[in-house]
Each structure stands twice: as structure tokens, then as C-alpha cells.
Design a protein around this ligand. Structure first.
Ligand SMILES: C[S@@+](CC[C@H](N)C(=O)[O-])C[C@H]1O[C@@H](n2cnc3c(N)ncnc32)[C@H](O)[C@@H]1O
Length: 342
């Protein structure tokens, strides 16, 4: 049987692509990419540098990097094009800007990973802001249609009481509140700074069916027993060091006919299943630099994204929940969402 190392990818190419990603991130961050998407293409280096407001030589060198990487194309008369979809350029440009942010975390990660070093560290603010950059209303609405609406459709009507555990800066909870205006949303997070931010943005929005509270998922109040039709736990469990406490809390507050839905990246728990897996290749680095150290701060061993779908599902079932199939995918297929009932 062939081992996965016999058909390993070209290491040199991977590192070269990493360098190209950093250069692309620089272009995204500093406006060259924006100027490129706005200008009539193909264009000269002079036209692009003028549009971006940058020095010509720097623009030329940036273009050289991108041409060598095959991201930018060039005609015989030295005119350049960026032949990619605009939305895709924006999204991947933002993603690439994680590289320098993660790079800055290396000294802390080095200490945490060393035997005898600290367990991990708390969320790093630049990373949280980067993460928040994905939470545009359009992206959240799309996410809701694809992943949340099929869950909410499991119950009839639209007047629900919904709990969002680990709401972060609260943008997602607000989109849920807009989508279900006749429902009441309680959104909690253990970090005061996230709740303060969420409340500030809520004041600007004027929504009345949402309440933000600074609270731990493992310390939900007794008066919330059997209160909620739906509990949403989005991108939280793999980051948390109190998964057992959160799941106990969910059990307490979910109505007998209610549904909880935990969403985490669709990555398998088993390394043998992720060889050359693009989703795992994409998500696991964030885990190494953030989710794992953050989830390592408690008394239990850290989880992170590598905890994976199978072990997450097993943990939910160990708490006595029944996992429910929503849509086409069987519950044993690796996916983002795990929907469960008590
Ligand atoms: C990666 S963020 C996701 C935020 C939000 N759900 C979203 O998708 O934008 C994870 C959040 O979970 C929160 N969190 C982690 N463990 C928690 C717990 N035990 N109780 C409440 N919040 C928790 C963190 O403070 C953080 O804001």
C-alpha cells in the first residue's frame, strides 16, 4: 500500500506560493489590488502605479512577483491584467492578509508549544479583527440561507426564542435577528470586549429583538431552563476549553422539541483522511496559531480544528443528544454543522 509520503507535493513550490501569497496580501492591504480591479485592463505599470498612488518601481516589482506567480498576466506590449473574479480577489486578498498576522503570533506560539511553556494564550486582537472582516452582511446572509435556514425550517412558524452562544462581535446574531424579526435572539459571549462592541453596533442598527449578554456558555441561568427553540454555536466548540459545560448548558436551556446546531470547519479528526484535503489545508493553520492555543487555556487538553468532525459528534452524543440529519448529507459525512436534540 502506498504511503502518503510517496506522492507528497513539491515542497519548493509550496514555499514559493507562500511567498506569492504574502506579496498578494501586501497588494490587497495597500490598495494596488483595488486599483487593479478598478482600472481598464490590460494596463501599463505606469497607469497602475498612478491609479494606486504608488511609486512606479515598487509597483513594477509587485507586478513582477505576481507575473512570476502566474496571478497577473502580461501581453507582448507589456500590459498587465488580473484575470480573476472581483469578489474572489477581495475574499482571497483578505484571507492572504492573515499571513502577516499569524506571523506576528509566532513568538507566543513558540513558547506555548515548548515543553514546560505556558498552556496557550487568549485571542489576539488583530486576529479577531481579521476574523470579523469576513462577517460582511452579504456573507452572513448567504451563510444563513445555506446553513441556518434548513435548521430553523425543522420547526414550523417564525416566532422563536434563539440563543447564540459565543456570538463574538455579534454581527452574525444581528443578521439572524433581521432574518427572523418575530423571534427573540439572546446572544452571549464570555468576552466583555466582544459584547461591548456588539452593543455599540446594535445601537447603530436599532434592532429591538436582540439582547447581548456577557456570559459563559457553561453558566447559563437556571431561569432559562427549557426556554430556547434553537441554540446556535458557531465557530465556538473547537475554540473552547469548556465544551462539556457548554453542552450541559445547552441541554438545560433547549426546549424538549428544540434544536441545537454547532458549526465548525468541516475537517476530519483523522490525519489519514486529510492528505491533500483543501479544506483542512485551509483551516488547520488558523487552528495552530489561534484555536488550539486559545482552547488550551483551561484544565483540559486543547481542542482546535484538528479535534475534527468525528470526535465533535462523539462528544455531543456522549452528552446524551441525538444527532439529526438536515438535508442530503448523512450525519457520518464530514461537514460544518452538527444539529442535535435532547
Ligand atoms: C471564533 S469566535 C466566533 C464568533 C461568532 N460566533 C462568529 O461566528 O462570528 C468564538 C467566540 O466564542 C467565544 N467563546 C468561547 N468559549 C466560550 C464560552 N465558554 N462561553 C461563551 N463564549 C465563548 C469566544 O469569546 C469568541 O468570541
Amino acid at each position: 500500500m502506498a504511503s502518503s509520503t510517496t506522492n507528497a507535493r513539491d515542497l519548493e513550490q509550496i514555499v514559493r506560493d507562500g511567498l506569492s501569497s504574502l506579496v498578494f496580501a501586501f497588494g490587497h492591504k495597500t490598495g494596488i489590488v483595488d486599483a487593479f480591479t478598478e482600472i481598464q485592463q490590460p494596463c501599463t505599470a505606469e497607469e497602475l502605479s498612478q491609479k494606486a498612488g504608488n511609486k512606479l518601481r515598487y509597483t513594477q516589482e509587485w507586478l513582477g512577483c505576481m507575473v512570476a506567480a502566474g496571478i497577473v498576466t502580461i501581453t507582448d506590449d507589456e500590459k498587465y491584467s488580473l484575470p480573476h473574479d472581483k469578489t474572489q480577489i477581495k475574499t482571497w486578498g483578505h484571507i492572504a492578509t492573515a499571513i502577516p498576522i499569524l506571523g506576528d503570533i509566532i513568538p507566543k506560539l513558540d513558547k506555548a508549544a515548548t515543553l514546560g511553556g505556558p498552556k496557550g494564550f487568549t485571542y489576539q486582537e488583530p486576529y479577531l479583527h481579521w476574523l470579523n472582516g469576513f462577517r460582511s452582511p452579504e456573507a452572513l446572509q448567504e451563510w444563513n440561507q445555506e446553513l441556518l435556514v434548513p435548521v430553523v425550517n425543522l420547526k414550523s412558524g417564525d416566532e422563536f426564542v434563539i440563543l447564540d452562544i459565543g456570538c463574538g462581535f455579534g454581527k452574525h446574531s444581528r443578521e439572524v435577528a433581521k432574518l427572523y424579526p418575530r423571534s427573540k435572539i439572546y446572544a452571549i459571549d464570555m468576552e466583555q470586549v466582544s459584547i461591548d462592541n456588539a452593543k455599540k453596533e446594535l445601537a447603530e442598527d436599532g434592532l429591538e429583538n436582540i439582547e447581548y449578554l456577557c456570559m459563559r456558555g457553561g453558566q447559563l441561568p437556571e431561569e432559562w431552563a427549557d426556554k430556547f427553540d434553537f441554540v446556535i454555536i458557531n465557530d465556538v466548540l473547537h475554540d473552547s476549553y469548556e465544551v462539556d459545560e457548554i453542552l450541559e448548558g445547552v441541554k438545560k436551556v433547549l426546549k424538549p422539541d428544540g434544536f441545537a446546531a454547532a458549526f465548525d470547519p468541516a475537517v476530519s479528526s483523522h490525519h489519514k483522511k486529510i492528505f491533500k484535503d483543501a479544506t483542512a489545508q485551509f483551516y488547520l493553520p488558523y487552528s495552530l496559531f489561534s484555536c488550539l492555543p486559545v482552547s488550551s487555556m483551561g484544565p483540559i487538553e486543547g481542542l482546535g480544528i484538528g479535534w475534527g468532525y468525528e470526535r465533535r459528534k462523539q462528544k455531543i452524543e456522549e452528552h446524551g443528544f441525538r444527532v439529526v440529519q438536515v438535508g442530503e448529507k448523512d450525519v457520518n459525512t464530514i461537514q460544518e454543522g452538527i444539529v442535535f436534540q435532547k
